[in-house]
Ligand binder design. Structure first.
Ligand SMILES: CC(C)(COP(=O)(O)OP(=O)(O)OC[C@H]1O[C@@H](n2cnc3c(N)ncnc32)[C@H](O)[C@@H]1OP(=O)(O)O)[C@@H](O)C(=O)NCCC(=O)NCCS
Length: 131
């Protein structure tokens, strides 16, 4: 059985390789060790038998907005509800910190909708521009 916990400094290498393996597949954005280290307190990991099998971060930018980023479950552990458990934890964190809105940018909206995520929020939409 896996356990969801806050990331620690010792998880840095595992997080780095999980993210960058998927970034290589074009699924999520690449991140440097330095960048991950800087926001390590936003990261949670799923650990099974001492091995990190998934990670993800809830980065709180301010009281208004937090973003779920770098959500990756290693291929051998997918479809077991690990992403679901991580997202649940992120929402708990956002509630506790009283963040107004939580955003995620993903091609896997199916993973988020059952948690209440929607492309519209009270009639308002998120618009993107990559400058
Ligand atoms: C997307 C990803 C994080 C999902 O992780 P996971 O642990 O396999 O997901 P879960 O087992 O928690 O399933 C989450 C939901 O997606 C559904 N699901 C999972 N894998 C699926 C698949 N291959 N096809 C269709 N539905 C799927 C589940 O039924 C579940 O729905 P529910 O929450 O309504 O019950 C994982 O596949 C991954 O790491 N992919 C590569 C990286 C990536 O694409 N990240 C983008 C997310 S921001």
């Amino acid at each position: 059985m896996y356990k969801i916990r806050e990331a620690s400094g010792e998880d840095l290498s595992s997080i780095f390789s999980l993210i960058n393996k998927q970034a290589h597949n074009g699924k999520i954005l690449k991140r440097s060790r330095k960048e991950i280290k800087k926001v390590l307190r936003s990261f949670f990991v799923a650990e099974q038998d001492g091995v990190i099998v998934a990670c993800g971060a809830i980065e709180i930018y301010n009281k208004k907005l937090a973003e779920i980023r770098s959500l990756v479950v290693t291929s051998t552990h997918q479809r077991k509800g690990i992403a679901r458990a991580l997202i649940k934890r992120f929402i708990q964190v956002a509630k506790k910190k009283r963040v107004y809105e939580v955003l995620t940018i993903t091609d896997r909206d199916d993973v988020f909708v059952s948690h209440g995520f929607s492309q519209q929020l009270q009639g308002q939409k998120a618009l993107f521009l990559r400058p």
